[in-house]
Design a protein around this ligand. Structure first.
Ligand code: NAD
Length: 493
Protein backbone atom coordinates (compact mmCIF):
# COMPACT_ATOMS: atom_id res chain seq x y z
CA UNK A 1 0.00 0.00 0.00
CA UNK A 2 1.51 3.33 -1.06
CA UNK A 3 2.19 6.01 1.53
CA UNK A 4 2.00 8.71 -1.11
CA UNK A 5 -0.41 11.58 -0.49
CA UNK A 6 -3.72 11.07 -2.30
CA UNK A 7 -4.81 14.26 -3.97
CA UNK A 8 -8.19 15.55 -2.82
CA UNK A 9 -10.98 17.02 -4.93
CA UNK A 10 -12.32 20.50 -4.18
CA UNK A 11 -16.10 20.55 -4.09
CA UNK A 12 -18.42 23.19 -2.65
CA UNK A 13 -15.55 25.13 -1.11
CA UNK A 14 -14.15 22.07 0.71
CA UNK A 15 -11.15 19.84 0.08
CA UNK A 16 -12.50 16.29 0.13
CA UNK A 17 -10.86 12.92 -0.32
CA UNK A 18 -12.42 10.83 -3.05
CA UNK A 19 -14.29 8.20 -1.06
CA UNK A 20 -15.54 6.09 -3.94
CA UNK A 21 -12.57 5.93 -6.32
CA UNK A 22 -11.72 2.38 -7.26
CA UNK A 23 -8.41 3.25 -8.88
CA UNK A 24 -5.49 5.57 -8.05
CA UNK A 25 -2.69 6.49 -10.43
CA UNK A 26 0.85 7.53 -9.57
CA UNK A 27 1.81 11.06 -10.55
CA UNK A 28 5.38 10.67 -11.77
CA UNK A 29 8.13 13.23 -12.33
CA UNK A 30 9.12 12.43 -15.94
CA UNK A 31 12.75 13.51 -15.41
CA UNK A 32 13.47 11.46 -12.30
CA UNK A 33 10.70 8.80 -12.19
CA UNK A 34 10.01 9.94 -8.61
CA UNK A 35 6.40 9.32 -7.55
CA UNK A 36 5.05 12.68 -6.45
CA UNK A 37 1.51 11.79 -5.36
CA UNK A 38 -1.42 9.59 -6.15
CA UNK A 39 -4.44 10.84 -8.04
CA UNK A 40 -7.87 9.26 -7.63
CA UNK A 41 -9.95 8.34 -10.66
CA UNK A 42 -13.08 9.85 -9.18
CA UNK A 43 -16.35 8.12 -10.03
CA UNK A 44 -19.49 9.68 -11.51
CA UNK A 45 -20.99 10.17 -8.04
CA UNK A 46 -18.25 12.71 -7.21
CA UNK A 47 -18.79 14.60 -10.46
CA UNK A 48 -22.47 14.69 -9.50
CA UNK A 49 -21.59 16.24 -6.11
CA UNK A 50 -19.55 18.93 -7.87
CA UNK A 51 -22.44 19.65 -10.25
CA UNK A 52 -24.91 19.90 -7.37
CA UNK A 53 -22.62 22.40 -5.62
CA UNK A 54 -22.17 24.40 -8.82
CA UNK A 55 -25.92 24.45 -9.52
CA UNK A 56 -26.65 25.71 -6.00
CA UNK A 57 -23.97 28.41 -6.26
CA UNK A 58 -25.18 29.62 -9.64
CA UNK A 59 -28.40 31.15 -8.30
CA UNK A 60 -26.50 33.75 -6.28
CA UNK A 61 -23.37 34.03 -8.41
CA UNK A 62 -25.24 35.07 -11.56
CA UNK A 63 -26.88 37.89 -9.55
CA UNK A 64 -23.51 39.10 -8.27
CA UNK A 65 -22.64 42.21 -10.32
CA UNK A 66 -19.82 41.64 -12.84
CA UNK A 67 -17.85 44.44 -11.17
CA UNK A 68 -17.93 42.39 -7.94
CA UNK A 69 -17.24 39.09 -9.67
CA UNK A 70 -14.00 40.41 -11.16
CA UNK A 71 -12.73 41.48 -7.73
CA UNK A 72 -12.02 37.78 -7.09
CA UNK A 73 -9.98 37.69 -10.29
CA UNK A 74 -7.95 40.72 -9.25
CA UNK A 75 -7.16 38.86 -6.01
CA UNK A 76 -6.33 35.71 -7.96
CA UNK A 77 -3.95 37.63 -10.21
CA UNK A 78 -2.03 38.87 -7.16
CA UNK A 79 -1.94 35.42 -5.56
CA UNK A 80 -0.69 33.85 -8.79
CA UNK A 81 2.08 36.46 -8.96
CA UNK A 82 3.07 35.77 -5.34
CA UNK A 83 3.28 32.01 -5.96
CA UNK A 84 4.63 32.33 -9.49
CA UNK A 85 7.98 30.65 -8.81
CA UNK A 86 6.43 27.75 -6.90
CA UNK A 87 3.79 27.17 -9.57
CA UNK A 88 6.43 27.11 -12.32
CA UNK A 89 8.50 24.57 -10.35
CA UNK A 90 5.42 22.41 -9.89
CA UNK A 91 4.73 22.41 -13.63
CA UNK A 92 8.31 21.38 -14.34
CA UNK A 93 8.25 18.63 -11.70
CA UNK A 94 5.10 16.98 -12.98
CA UNK A 95 5.29 17.81 -16.69
CA UNK A 96 9.02 17.89 -17.43
CA UNK A 97 9.40 21.14 -19.37
CA UNK A 98 12.16 23.57 -18.46
CA UNK A 99 11.67 26.13 -15.73
CA UNK A 100 11.76 28.96 -18.30
CA UNK A 101 9.01 27.19 -20.27
CA UNK A 102 6.93 26.71 -17.12
CA UNK A 103 7.34 30.38 -16.26
CA UNK A 104 6.19 31.29 -19.77
CA UNK A 105 3.18 29.02 -19.30
CA UNK A 106 2.18 30.65 -16.00
CA UNK A 107 2.60 34.10 -17.56
CA UNK A 108 0.06 33.09 -20.22
CA UNK A 109 -2.32 31.81 -17.55
CA UNK A 110 -2.14 35.10 -15.65
CA UNK A 111 -2.64 37.06 -18.85
CA UNK A 112 -6.04 35.39 -19.24
CA UNK A 113 -7.02 36.44 -15.72
CA UNK A 114 -6.05 39.99 -16.59
CA UNK A 115 -8.16 39.97 -19.76
CA UNK A 116 -11.17 38.48 -17.96
CA UNK A 117 -10.98 41.33 -15.42
CA UNK A 118 -12.41 43.43 -18.28
CA UNK A 119 -15.69 41.47 -18.28
CA UNK A 120 -17.81 44.50 -17.30
CA UNK A 121 -16.86 45.86 -20.73
CA UNK A 122 -16.52 42.62 -22.67
CA UNK A 123 -19.87 41.18 -21.58
CA UNK A 124 -21.88 44.18 -22.67
CA UNK A 125 -24.68 43.73 -25.16
CA UNK A 126 -26.03 46.08 -27.79
CA UNK A 127 -29.16 48.15 -28.16
CA UNK A 128 -30.99 50.35 -30.61
CA UNK A 129 -33.72 52.84 -29.88
CA UNK A 130 -36.73 53.19 -32.15
CA UNK A 131 -36.46 50.02 -34.18
CA UNK A 132 -40.03 51.08 -34.89
CA UNK A 133 -41.64 54.25 -33.57
CA UNK A 134 -41.46 54.13 -29.74
CA UNK A 135 -40.06 50.60 -29.67
CA UNK A 136 -36.54 49.80 -28.46
CA UNK A 137 -34.54 46.61 -28.78
CA UNK A 138 -31.60 45.32 -26.81
CA UNK A 139 -29.41 42.25 -26.80
CA UNK A 140 -28.08 41.21 -23.39
CA UNK A 141 -25.70 38.42 -22.44
CA UNK A 142 -26.55 36.03 -19.65
CA UNK A 143 -24.50 33.16 -18.20
CA UNK A 144 -25.37 29.58 -19.08
CA UNK A 145 -25.21 27.88 -15.66
CA UNK A 146 -22.67 25.16 -14.89
CA UNK A 147 -19.76 24.64 -17.29
CA UNK A 148 -16.75 22.31 -17.22
CA UNK A 149 -13.30 21.89 -18.75
CA UNK A 150 -11.43 18.66 -19.50
CA UNK A 151 -7.68 19.28 -19.79
CA UNK A 152 -4.61 17.69 -21.44
CA UNK A 153 -1.23 17.02 -19.81
CA UNK A 154 1.02 19.42 -21.69
CA UNK A 155 0.04 22.79 -20.14
CA UNK A 156 -1.30 21.99 -16.65
CA UNK A 157 -1.22 25.64 -15.54
CA UNK A 158 -2.24 27.52 -18.66
CA UNK A 159 -4.93 25.57 -20.48
CA UNK A 160 -7.61 25.68 -17.74
CA UNK A 161 -7.12 29.47 -17.84
CA UNK A 162 -8.19 29.71 -21.48
CA UNK A 163 -11.65 29.14 -20.02
CA UNK A 164 -12.01 29.38 -16.22
CA UNK A 165 -11.55 33.17 -15.73
CA UNK A 166 -14.07 33.96 -18.47
CA UNK A 167 -16.56 31.33 -17.28
CA UNK A 168 -16.79 32.65 -13.75
CA UNK A 169 -16.45 36.34 -14.64
CA UNK A 170 -19.50 36.00 -16.90
CA UNK A 171 -21.48 34.50 -14.01
CA UNK A 172 -21.24 30.76 -14.60
CA UNK A 173 -20.11 28.24 -12.04
CA UNK A 174 -17.34 25.87 -12.97
CA UNK A 175 -15.79 22.40 -12.78
CA UNK A 176 -12.18 21.61 -13.75
CA UNK A 177 -11.10 18.06 -14.60
CA UNK A 178 -7.29 18.19 -14.93
CA UNK A 179 -5.25 15.60 -16.79
CA UNK A 180 -4.68 12.67 -14.46
CA UNK A 181 -1.00 12.76 -15.53
CA UNK A 182 -0.38 16.28 -14.15
CA UNK A 183 -2.90 17.11 -11.41
CA UNK A 184 -0.53 18.88 -8.98
CA UNK A 185 -0.50 22.35 -10.54
CA UNK A 186 -4.29 22.65 -10.34
CA UNK A 187 -4.18 21.54 -6.69
CA UNK A 188 -1.95 24.53 -5.97
CA UNK A 189 -4.03 26.88 -8.07
CA UNK A 190 -7.23 25.78 -6.31
CA UNK A 191 -5.60 26.63 -2.98
CA UNK A 192 -5.17 30.13 -4.37
CA UNK A 193 -8.73 30.22 -5.73
CA UNK A 194 -9.88 29.19 -2.25
CA UNK A 195 -7.90 32.08 -0.74
CA UNK A 196 -9.70 34.60 -2.96
CA UNK A 197 -12.86 33.90 -0.94
CA UNK A 198 -14.94 32.94 -3.98
CA UNK A 199 -18.36 31.75 -2.74
CA UNK A 200 -18.51 27.99 -2.25
CA UNK A 201 -19.54 25.99 -5.29
CA UNK A 202 -18.48 28.63 -7.84
CA UNK A 203 -15.35 26.64 -8.73
CA UNK A 204 -14.87 22.91 -8.25
CA UNK A 205 -12.05 20.48 -8.97
CA UNK A 206 -12.64 16.81 -9.75
CA UNK A 207 -9.66 14.56 -10.45
CA UNK A 208 -10.25 11.58 -12.67
CA UNK A 209 -10.12 9.86 -16.03
CA UNK A 210 -12.68 8.49 -18.46
CA UNK A 211 -15.42 7.77 -15.93
CA UNK A 212 -15.35 11.35 -14.63
CA UNK A 213 -15.28 12.69 -18.20
CA UNK A 214 -18.28 10.58 -19.23
CA UNK A 215 -20.19 11.77 -16.16
CA UNK A 216 -19.49 15.37 -17.22
CA UNK A 217 -20.60 14.65 -20.79
CA UNK A 218 -23.87 13.10 -19.68
CA UNK A 219 -24.87 15.31 -16.78
CA UNK A 220 -28.06 17.18 -17.73
CA UNK A 221 -27.19 20.20 -15.57
CA UNK A 222 -23.84 20.89 -17.23
CA UNK A 223 -24.59 23.34 -20.01
CA UNK A 224 -21.20 23.81 -21.66
CA UNK A 225 -17.99 21.81 -22.04
CA UNK A 226 -14.52 22.88 -23.15
CA UNK A 227 -12.00 20.21 -24.07
CA UNK A 228 -8.35 20.32 -25.07
CA UNK A 229 -6.53 17.11 -25.96
CA UNK A 230 -5.98 14.62 -28.77
CA UNK A 231 -8.19 14.54 -31.85
CA UNK A 232 -9.78 11.09 -31.33
CA UNK A 233 -10.88 12.09 -27.81
CA UNK A 234 -11.94 15.54 -29.05
CA UNK A 235 -14.23 13.91 -31.64
CA UNK A 236 -15.71 11.61 -29.02
CA UNK A 237 -16.33 14.42 -26.56
CA UNK A 238 -17.73 16.75 -29.21
CA UNK A 239 -20.23 14.22 -30.50
CA UNK A 240 -21.35 12.85 -27.13
CA UNK A 241 -21.70 16.27 -25.48
CA UNK A 242 -23.50 17.71 -28.52
CA UNK A 243 -25.86 14.73 -28.62
CA UNK A 244 -26.69 15.60 -25.02
CA UNK A 245 -27.61 19.14 -26.12
CA UNK A 246 -24.59 20.90 -24.66
CA UNK A 247 -22.60 23.80 -25.99
CA UNK A 248 -19.16 22.36 -26.73
CA UNK A 249 -15.74 23.45 -27.98
CA UNK A 250 -12.99 20.87 -28.50
CA UNK A 251 -9.39 21.66 -29.37
CA UNK A 252 -7.63 18.63 -30.82
CA UNK A 253 -4.23 17.50 -32.01
CA UNK A 254 -1.94 18.95 -34.62
CA UNK A 255 0.79 18.38 -37.19
CA UNK A 256 2.26 21.81 -37.69
CA UNK A 257 4.31 22.62 -40.79
CA UNK A 258 6.73 25.44 -41.27
CA UNK A 259 8.00 26.54 -44.66
CA UNK A 260 11.47 27.98 -45.20
CA UNK A 261 11.89 30.04 -48.39
CA UNK A 262 15.32 30.68 -49.91
CA UNK A 263 15.15 34.36 -48.91
CA UNK A 264 14.67 33.58 -45.19
CA UNK A 265 17.26 34.65 -42.64
CA UNK A 266 18.63 31.16 -42.04
CA UNK A 267 20.31 31.91 -38.71
CA UNK A 268 17.12 33.36 -37.21
CA UNK A 269 14.90 30.75 -38.87
CA UNK A 270 16.96 27.90 -37.48
CA UNK A 271 16.90 29.25 -33.95
CA UNK A 272 13.14 29.80 -34.06
CA UNK A 273 12.40 26.50 -35.81
CA UNK A 274 14.46 24.58 -33.22
CA UNK A 275 12.60 26.25 -30.36
CA UNK A 276 9.32 25.38 -32.02
CA UNK A 277 10.18 21.74 -32.76
CA UNK A 278 12.12 20.89 -29.60
CA UNK A 279 10.73 23.33 -27.01
CA UNK A 280 8.65 21.51 -24.37
CA UNK A 281 10.20 18.36 -25.90
CA UNK A 282 7.89 18.78 -28.90
CA UNK A 283 4.85 18.39 -26.66
CA UNK A 284 3.12 21.60 -27.68
CA UNK A 285 0.03 21.65 -29.82
CA UNK A 286 1.85 24.46 -31.65
CA UNK A 287 5.14 22.58 -32.07
CA UNK A 288 6.59 22.57 -35.59
CA UNK A 289 6.65 18.98 -36.72
CA UNK A 290 7.50 19.33 -40.43
CA UNK A 291 9.93 21.79 -41.97
CA UNK A 292 9.41 22.24 -45.71
CA UNK A 293 12.44 23.80 -47.38
CA UNK A 294 11.85 25.40 -50.74
CA UNK A 295 14.49 25.28 -53.51
CA UNK A 296 17.84 26.68 -52.33
CA UNK A 297 16.82 26.85 -48.66
CA UNK A 298 17.42 23.12 -48.54
CA UNK A 299 21.12 22.83 -47.86
CA UNK A 300 21.67 25.78 -45.57
CA UNK A 301 18.66 25.05 -43.36
CA UNK A 302 19.31 21.30 -43.18
CA UNK A 303 22.89 21.81 -42.10
CA UNK A 304 22.04 24.50 -39.55
CA UNK A 305 19.06 22.73 -37.95
CA UNK A 306 21.03 19.46 -37.64
CA UNK A 307 23.82 21.26 -35.79
CA UNK A 308 21.33 23.05 -33.52
CA UNK A 309 19.51 19.80 -32.74
CA UNK A 310 22.74 18.02 -31.80
CA UNK A 311 23.81 20.84 -29.48
CA UNK A 312 20.61 21.18 -27.54
CA UNK A 313 21.15 20.63 -23.82
CA UNK A 314 18.76 17.93 -22.59
CA UNK A 315 18.10 17.17 -18.93
CA UNK A 316 15.97 17.82 -15.88
CA UNK A 317 14.06 21.04 -16.55
CA UNK A 318 14.84 22.26 -13.03
CA UNK A 319 18.59 22.25 -13.71
CA UNK A 320 20.36 25.38 -14.89
CA UNK A 321 21.29 25.53 -18.55
CA UNK A 322 18.89 22.76 -19.61
CA UNK A 323 17.13 23.60 -22.88
CA UNK A 324 14.86 20.58 -23.22
CA UNK A 325 13.24 18.23 -20.70
CA UNK A 326 11.86 14.70 -20.98
CA UNK A 327 8.61 13.51 -22.58
CA UNK A 328 5.70 12.84 -20.27
CA UNK A 329 5.88 9.07 -19.67
CA UNK A 330 7.46 5.79 -20.69
CA UNK A 331 4.52 4.96 -22.95
CA UNK A 332 4.97 8.19 -24.82
CA UNK A 333 8.74 7.66 -25.15
CA UNK A 334 8.20 4.16 -26.56
CA UNK A 335 5.56 5.44 -29.00
CA UNK A 336 7.78 8.30 -30.24
CA UNK A 337 10.79 6.01 -30.71
CA UNK A 338 8.57 3.59 -32.63
CA UNK A 339 7.45 6.40 -34.92
CA UNK A 340 11.07 7.43 -35.57
CA UNK A 341 11.79 3.85 -36.61
CA UNK A 342 8.71 3.87 -38.83
CA UNK A 343 10.00 7.02 -40.53
CA UNK A 344 13.24 5.20 -41.36
CA UNK A 345 11.27 2.25 -42.71
CA UNK A 346 9.30 4.65 -44.90
CA UNK A 347 12.57 5.74 -46.50
CA UNK A 348 13.61 8.80 -44.48
CA UNK A 349 17.23 9.50 -43.66
CA UNK A 350 17.76 9.69 -39.88
CA UNK A 351 19.96 12.79 -39.89
CA UNK A 352 19.99 13.21 -36.10
CA UNK A 353 18.98 10.24 -33.95
CA UNK A 354 17.82 11.19 -30.46
CA UNK A 355 16.89 7.70 -29.32
CA UNK A 356 18.75 5.89 -26.54
CA UNK A 357 19.33 9.16 -24.72
CA UNK A 358 21.12 8.65 -21.42
CA UNK A 359 21.20 11.69 -19.14
CA UNK A 360 23.71 11.34 -16.37
CA UNK A 361 22.03 11.37 -12.97
CA UNK A 362 18.58 10.87 -14.55
CA UNK A 363 18.84 7.37 -15.96
CA UNK A 364 15.18 6.65 -15.16
CA UNK A 365 13.87 9.74 -16.98
CA UNK A 366 11.88 9.62 -20.23
CA UNK A 367 14.43 11.39 -22.37
CA UNK A 368 14.63 11.55 -26.14
CA UNK A 369 17.13 13.95 -27.69
CA UNK A 370 16.14 16.16 -30.64
CA UNK A 371 15.69 14.02 -33.71
CA UNK A 372 15.66 14.96 -37.40
CA UNK A 373 14.34 12.83 -40.22
CA UNK A 374 15.29 14.03 -43.70
CA UNK A 375 13.63 13.29 -47.05
CA UNK A 376 10.44 12.24 -45.34
CA UNK A 377 7.85 10.83 -47.71
CA UNK A 378 5.07 13.49 -47.82
CA UNK A 379 2.45 10.77 -48.30
CA UNK A 380 3.80 8.49 -45.56
CA UNK A 381 2.61 8.00 -42.00
CA UNK A 382 5.35 10.13 -40.42
CA UNK A 383 4.39 13.21 -42.42
CA UNK A 384 0.75 12.82 -41.30
CA UNK A 385 0.75 11.51 -37.72
CA UNK A 386 1.06 13.75 -34.67
CA UNK A 387 4.30 12.55 -33.02
CA UNK A 388 4.14 14.88 -29.97
CA UNK A 389 7.83 14.51 -29.27
CA UNK A 390 11.10 16.26 -30.23
CA UNK A 391 11.12 15.03 -33.82
CA UNK A 392 11.34 17.29 -36.87
CA UNK A 393 10.70 15.91 -40.36
CA UNK A 394 12.33 17.64 -43.32
CA UNK A 395 10.69 17.68 -46.74
CA UNK A 396 12.27 19.46 -49.71
CA UNK A 397 10.09 21.00 -52.45
CA UNK A 398 10.65 23.26 -55.43
CA UNK A 399 8.09 26.05 -55.02
CA UNK A 400 5.99 27.92 -52.49
CA UNK A 401 2.89 26.66 -54.35
CA UNK A 402 3.92 23.04 -53.76
CA UNK A 403 4.73 23.83 -50.13
CA UNK A 404 1.33 25.45 -49.47
CA UNK A 405 -0.40 22.56 -51.25
CA UNK A 406 1.37 20.14 -48.88
CA UNK A 407 0.42 22.24 -45.84
CA UNK A 408 -3.21 22.23 -46.95
CA UNK A 409 -3.30 18.49 -47.65
CA UNK A 410 -2.98 17.61 -43.94
CA UNK A 411 -5.89 16.56 -41.74
CA UNK A 412 -5.00 19.12 -39.05
CA UNK A 413 -5.07 22.91 -39.14
CA UNK A 414 -3.71 24.16 -35.85
CA UNK A 415 -0.73 26.23 -36.99
CA UNK A 416 1.37 26.88 -40.08
CA UNK A 417 4.45 29.13 -40.30
CA UNK A 418 6.41 30.76 -43.08
CA UNK A 419 9.97 32.08 -42.96
CA UNK A 420 10.76 34.65 -45.61
CA UNK A 421 11.84 38.24 -46.20
CA UNK A 422 9.24 38.71 -48.94
CA UNK A 423 6.03 40.55 -48.06
CA UNK A 424 4.33 39.16 -51.16
CA UNK A 425 5.16 35.58 -50.21
CA UNK A 426 4.00 36.26 -46.65
CA UNK A 427 0.69 37.63 -47.87
CA UNK A 428 0.14 34.69 -50.23
CA UNK A 429 0.80 32.28 -47.38
CA UNK A 430 -1.38 34.09 -44.85
CA UNK A 431 -4.17 34.18 -47.41
CA UNK A 432 -3.99 30.57 -48.60
CA UNK A 433 -2.75 28.45 -45.69
CA UNK A 434 -5.47 26.34 -44.08
CA UNK A 435 -4.66 26.73 -40.40
CA UNK A 436 -6.17 28.68 -37.55
CA UNK A 437 -2.91 30.15 -36.21
CA UNK A 438 -0.39 31.53 -38.71
CA UNK A 439 3.20 32.50 -37.98
CA UNK A 440 5.23 34.72 -40.29
CA UNK A 441 8.85 34.52 -39.13
CA UNK A 442 7.36 33.21 -35.86
CA UNK A 443 7.68 29.56 -34.83
CA UNK A 444 5.03 29.21 -32.11
CA UNK A 445 2.15 31.42 -33.20
CA UNK A 446 0.35 31.25 -29.85
CA UNK A 447 -2.38 33.89 -29.64
CA UNK A 448 -2.19 36.26 -26.69
CA UNK A 449 -5.11 36.09 -24.24
CA UNK A 450 -6.85 39.01 -25.95
CA UNK A 451 -7.15 37.00 -29.20
CA UNK A 452 -8.99 33.69 -29.63
CA UNK A 453 -6.84 30.56 -29.67
CA UNK A 454 -7.85 29.42 -33.10
CA UNK A 455 -7.53 26.03 -34.81
CA UNK A 456 -9.08 24.58 -37.99
CA UNK A 457 -9.96 21.25 -39.51
CA UNK A 458 -9.31 18.27 -37.20
CA UNK A 459 -7.54 20.51 -34.70
CA UNK A 460 -10.82 22.03 -33.60
CA UNK A 461 -14.44 21.02 -33.29
CA UNK A 462 -16.97 23.74 -32.59
CA UNK A 463 -17.12 27.38 -33.59
CA UNK A 464 -16.17 29.58 -30.63
CA UNK A 465 -12.59 29.12 -29.41
CA UNK A 466 -10.96 29.69 -26.04
CA UNK A 467 -9.71 33.10 -24.77
CA UNK A 468 -10.88 36.69 -25.30
CA UNK A 469 -14.21 37.60 -26.93
CA UNK A 470 -14.77 34.05 -28.14
CA UNK A 471 -14.70 32.83 -24.54
CA UNK A 472 -17.15 35.54 -23.50
CA UNK A 473 -19.51 34.46 -26.27
CA UNK A 474 -19.06 30.80 -25.46
CA UNK A 475 -19.95 31.27 -21.80
CA UNK A 476 -22.98 33.50 -22.38
CA UNK A 477 -26.27 33.18 -24.17
CA UNK A 478 -27.82 36.14 -25.88
CA UNK A 479 -31.28 37.36 -25.00
CA UNK A 480 -33.05 39.87 -27.20
CA UNK A 481 -35.62 42.16 -25.61
CA UNK A 482 -38.04 44.26 -27.64
CA UNK A 483 -39.81 46.90 -25.53
CA UNK A 484 -42.70 49.27 -26.01
CA UNK A 485 -43.51 51.80 -23.24
CA UNK A 486 -46.35 54.03 -24.51
CA UNK A 487 -45.86 57.53 -23.09
CA UNK A 488 -49.46 57.87 -21.88
CA UNK A 489 -49.17 54.87 -19.48
CA UNK A 490 -48.96 55.36 -15.68
CA UNK A 491 -47.51 58.78 -15.95
CA UNK A 492 -46.97 60.19 -12.46
CA UNK A 493 -45.52 63.59 -13.32
P1 NAD B 1 -5.75 13.12 -24.29
O1 NAD B 1 -6.76 13.29 -25.38
O2 NAD B 1 -5.15 11.79 -24.10
O3 NAD B 1 -6.38 13.53 -22.87
C1 NAD B 1 -7.02 14.75 -22.67
C2 NAD B 1 -8.08 14.60 -21.58
O4 NAD B 1 -9.07 13.68 -22.04
C3 NAD B 1 -7.56 14.08 -20.26
O5 NAD B 1 -8.13 14.87 -19.23
C4 NAD B 1 -8.04 12.64 -20.21
O6 NAD B 1 -8.38 12.25 -18.88
C5 NAD B 1 -9.28 12.65 -21.07
N1 NAD B 1 -9.46 11.39 -21.82
C6 NAD B 1 -8.48 10.66 -22.42
N2 NAD B 1 -9.02 9.58 -23.04
C7 NAD B 1 -10.35 9.66 -22.84
C8 NAD B 1 -11.44 8.82 -23.25
N3 NAD B 1 -11.27 7.73 -23.97
N4 NAD B 1 -12.69 9.19 -22.86
C9 NAD B 1 -12.89 10.29 -22.12
N5 NAD B 1 -11.89 11.10 -21.72
C10 NAD B 1 -10.63 10.79 -22.07
O7 NAD B 1 -4.62 14.23 -24.56
P2 NAD B 1 -3.22 14.41 -23.83
O8 NAD B 1 -2.31 13.31 -24.24
O9 NAD B 1 -3.42 14.69 -22.39
O10 NAD B 1 -2.72 15.79 -24.50
C11 NAD B 1 -1.99 15.83 -25.70
C12 NAD B 1 -2.89 16.16 -26.88
O11 NAD B 1 -3.54 17.41 -26.67
C13 NAD B 1 -2.12 16.34 -28.18
O12 NAD B 1 -2.83 15.70 -29.20
C14 NAD B 1 -2.09 17.84 -28.38
O13 NAD B 1 -1.96 18.26 -29.72
C15 NAD B 1 -3.41 18.22 -27.82
N6 NAD B 1 -3.45 19.63 -27.45
C16 NAD B 1 -4.13 20.47 -28.25
C17 NAD B 1 -4.15 21.82 -27.96
C18 NAD B 1 -4.87 22.77 -28.86
O14 NAD B 1 -4.98 23.93 -28.51
N7 NAD B 1 -5.38 22.35 -30.00
C19 NAD B 1 -3.50 22.30 -26.83
C20 NAD B 1 -2.83 21.40 -26.00
C21 NAD B 1 -2.81 20.05 -26.33
Amino acid sequence: MSTMPILPNYINGQWCTSTNATEYLDVINPATAEILAQVPLSPASEVNQAVAAAVAAFATWRRTPPTERVQYLFKLKNLLEEDFADLARTITRECGKTLAESQGEMRRAIENVEVACGIPMMMQGTNLEDIAKGIDEMMIRQPLGVAAVICPFNFPGMIPFWFLPYAIATGNTYIVKPSEKVPLTMQKIFHLLDKTGLPKGVINLVNGGKEAVDAILDHPQIKAISFVGSTPVAKYIYSRAAANGKRVQCQGGAKNPLIVLPDADIEMTTRIAADSAFGCAGQRCLAASIAITVADARNSFTEAIAATAKNRVVGNGLDKGVEMGPVIDVRSKTRIEGLIQQGVEEGANLLVDGRKAQISGYEQGNFIRPTILENVNPAGEIARTEIFGPVLSLIHLDSIEDAIALVNSGQYGNMACLFTSSGAAARKFRYEAEAGNIGINIGVAAPMAFFPFSGWKESFFGDLHGQSHHAVEFFTQTKVVVERWPSNWSRQF
